[in-house]
Design a protein around this ligand. Structure first.
Ligand code: GUN
Length: 297
């Protein structure tokens, strides 16, 4: 069997086109331009390229992007003060602090300082808590992107056994919670596995939908996948490759070549989940701006 590719670039482009129209309509009706404050502390190259990609994506669909690049020496107090300013700024509907922040800054304090009404990353305890009990909230971007990929590819989730490998706050825990909600995008039976799960393959082989969010290249091999399963690869691992212009290649957590012979549908890396993460950030920012306009009327 050769699996059908779930094309994240194509699905992301469809959603971005829908959002561009929504932004135009919002501007025409209310004069409001959605605004996203992006804050990067330090010079980590991967973070710099993510932030640049986010700013470019904002510009493409008409979102105002407020770029804040701060030195690695920025104190926690200075960062919290900047977040307080953005919380109070009516031009800003979403605030994103790129993670990880330098070690001397407490990540939890930073996330908690973002007003829940502007938490477009969906990382705060308030957003996560609402997601868990099924209340409307900003859904964190990678889990939301995965749900959109599955739904727009016609994958049946009700009654399916989803196995999530990885228990991070950014992906594993929220995606597992979403997919077991009593909702159109949920109703799945969900198992969460992680680095301390013994006999991982015993679990992964039971999956109708397997979500790999481990952070290690080629963790999921063909023997670990049930024939016909849908495989979502969240991994973005930089593998050194002197022959490549950048000096590295991106590899997922899944052995794509072998697993695509067993699965029925699979996401590639790059071009699968990655483009969806930024797209759902745009989505949350547009929702936040629309909500602000609705609250003023
Ligand atoms: N670092 C890696 N992924 C993310 C993300 O989705 N949001 C933020 N803020 N930082 C990240």
């Amino acid at each position: 069997m050769s699996a059908e590719i779930i094309d994240g670039k194509k699905i992301a482009a469809e959603i971005r086109a829908e959002l561009k129209t929504e932004v135009q309509n919002l501007k025409a009706k209310s004069g409001v331009t959605p605004g996203l404050a992006v804050i990067l502390v330090g010079e980590d190259p991967a973070s710099q390229s993510y932030v640049t990609a986010k700013e470019r994506a904002c510009a493409e669909i008409g979102i105002f992007s407020d770029d804040n690049r701060l030195p690695a020496s920025t104190t926690q107090a200075e960062l919290l003060e900047l977040i307080a300013q953005k919380n109070a700024d009516p031009r800003i509907h979403g605030i994103l602090v790129q993670l990880p922040v330098p070690r001397h800054i407490d990540t939890n304090a930073v996330i908690a300082a973002i007003a829940p009404s502007k938490d477009v990353d969906g990382f705060s305890p308030v957003s996560m808590g609402k997601l868990m009990i099924g209340l409307p909230t900003f859904i964190s971007c990678t889990p939301h992107g995965i749900v959109q990929l599955l739904m727009r590819s016609g994958v049946k989730l009700a009654g399916a056994h989803v196995v999530v490998v990885g228990r991070s706050n950014i992906v594993g825990k929220p995606v597992a919670n979403l997919l077991c909600q009593k909702a159109a995008y949920g109703d799945a039976t969900v198992t969460i596995c992680h680095s301390r799960t013994p006999n991982l393959a015993d679990f992964t082989r039971q999956a109708d939908v397997l979500i790999a969010a481990v952070g290690h290249a080629h963790t999921i091999t063909a023997e670990m996948v049930k024939p016909g399963a849908v495989v979502i690869d969240v991994g973005v691992n930089r593998i050194e490759d002197p022959a490549s212009p950048k000096g590295y290649r991106l590899k997922g957590d899944v052995d794509f070549e072998a697993v695509s012979q067993v699965a029925s549908k699979i996401t590639p890396v790059p071009g699968g989940v990655g483009p969806m993460t930024i797209t759902m950030l745009l989505y949350n920012t547009v929702q936040s701006a629309s909500q602000t306009v609705a609250n003023c009327n």
